[in-house]
Design a protein around this ligand. Structure first.
Ligand code: 3PG
Length: 413
């Protein structure tokens, strides 16, 4: 971005790919983000609310710099996974409102991505003004596997900029038109967020200071398998909680009641445990409930004694203490995925306890993944007590796996 700013962008149209894929809350009630509790609520006619605005705030340094330099800033992003056609529940309109508030100036919202509204909105931009295009994924061409279809969409999108800035770290692992094909059509640079993410995650992928402890949670083992394989030789300890731990507990020979289970992954997990040289730590107790509900009856039970009709929704206190002890002397920590259903207060203690243990270490600590970052904020934890909170979920994991990420490769070209 500094290279582009040095060239001068005043009066030039700069297309910025951001990742404004924020969690939306259907309930008209409370905003989940405690940090934004005082902020006005934004909603679509369908009553969608921004539950956590972390990803919007993360792109502000890049947008601020461009605005101050007098660029005409055209921002584009995806939101959720609509199926290539307009779908009001995935509209970026509420995001435009919040972005405008954070920037301190209104953001002009185009009600389509590359159609008449987008064209007239972009044409009307004055120097230093910002426009946000409607959800990229309302267009088939954005995510198409067909190169020609993607190219046609990329041509239209690229027409809105004289230069392209990628600040969508959370989407750099996607070979999508706005991430991969547009930079081939315009002078392209990395934004401040992408640069910082790559610097920090690069430090973890290189020679992290030891002990290096990784904490993994979240619901699906299958999503994390590749990263577990890649990390095992590198880490000193790998602590596993969240919904994915039950497939590992099953692989250890325990019954897991009605807990989340990926039966077809049990054998793979058993194999991983055998090869892990004792590095993998699993829960020794869990909070087991009689339903997936905030007010469900629940008890803490040993991990090898989960009742047949109960499901584990959090790790238990003994596990939190064990994980905290395993983290205490760490010099590098990477955490991805909540330890339980932290959105429900009864099942938030595991995530809170582990997060607090991470902040108490002297380690360089990195939180990866939209859910864990949202958990940090939703639980009211101090964001500044972590070394870095990555905006990337899949992207940060794939980066640590050592994969070539299409969005990064396109910028390095
Ligand atoms: C994310 O939430 O990880 C990014 O915004 C990418 O979203 P996607 O997984 O729908 O491509």
């Amino acid at each position: 971005l500094d290279d582009l700013l040095a060239e001068g962008v005043s009066g030039r149209r700069v297309l910025v790919r951001a990742d404004l894929n924020v969690p939306l809350d259907k309930q008209t009630g409370q905003i989940a983000d405690h940090n934004s509790a005082s902020a006005p609520r934004h909603g679509t006619p369908d009553g969608m609310r921004i539950a956590d605005d972390g990803r919007i705030r993360a792109v502000l340094p890049t947008l601020d710099a461009l605005v101050r330099a007098g660029a005409k800033v055209v921002v584009c992003s995806h939101l959720g996974r609509p199926k290539g056609a307009p779908d009001p529940q995935y509209s970026l309109r509420p995001v435009a409102g919040r972005l405008g508030e954070l920037l301190g100036a209104p953001v002009h919202f185009a009600t389509d991505t590359v159609g008449d509204s987008a064209r007239s909105t972009v044409e009307a931009l004055a120097d230093g003004q910002v426009a946000l295009l409607e959800n990229l994924r309302f267009n088939k061409g954005e995510t198409s596997k067909d190169d020609a279809e993607r190219a046609a969409f990329a041509d239209q999108l690229a027409g809105f900029g004289e230069a392209y800035v990628d600040d969508a770290f959370g989407a750099v692992h996607r070979r999508h038109a706005s991430v991969y094909d547009v930079p081939a059509r315009l002078p392209h640079v990395a934004g401040r967020l992408v640069l910082r993410e790559v610097e920090v995650l690069g430090r973890l992928a290189g020679e992290p200071e030891r002990p290096y402890v990784v904490v993994l949670g979240g619901s699906k083992v299958s999503d994390k398998l590749a990263v577990i394989e890649a990390l095992l030789p590198k880490v000193d300890r790998l602590l596993i909680g969240g919904g994915m731990c039950f497939t590992f507990l099953k692989a250890q020979g325990h019954e897991v009641g009605t807990s989340l289970l990926e039966e077809e992954m049990v054998e793979t997990c058993r194999n991983l445990l055998e090869r892990s040289e004792g590095k993998i730590m699993l829960p020794v107790d869990v909070v087991a409930a009689d339903a997936f509900a905030p007010d469900a009856a629940h008890d803490t039970v040993a991990a090898d004694a989960i009742p047949a009709k109960r499901l584990g929704l959090d790790i238990g206190p003994e596990t939190v203490a064990g994980f905290a002890a395993a983290l205490a002397d760490a010099k590098t920590v990477f955490w991805n995925g909540p330890m339980g259903v932290f959105e429900m207060p009864a099942f938030a203690n595991g995530t809170r306890g582990v997060a607090e243990a991470i902040t108490k270490t002297d380690a360089f600590t990195v939180v990866g993944g939209g859910d864990s970052a949202a958990a940090v904020r939703a639980l009211g934890l101090d964001e500044s007590s972590f070394g870095h909170i990555s905006t990337g979920g899949g992207a940060s994991l794939e980066y640590l796996e050592g994969k070539t990420l299409p969005g990064i490769a396109a910028l390095e070209d």
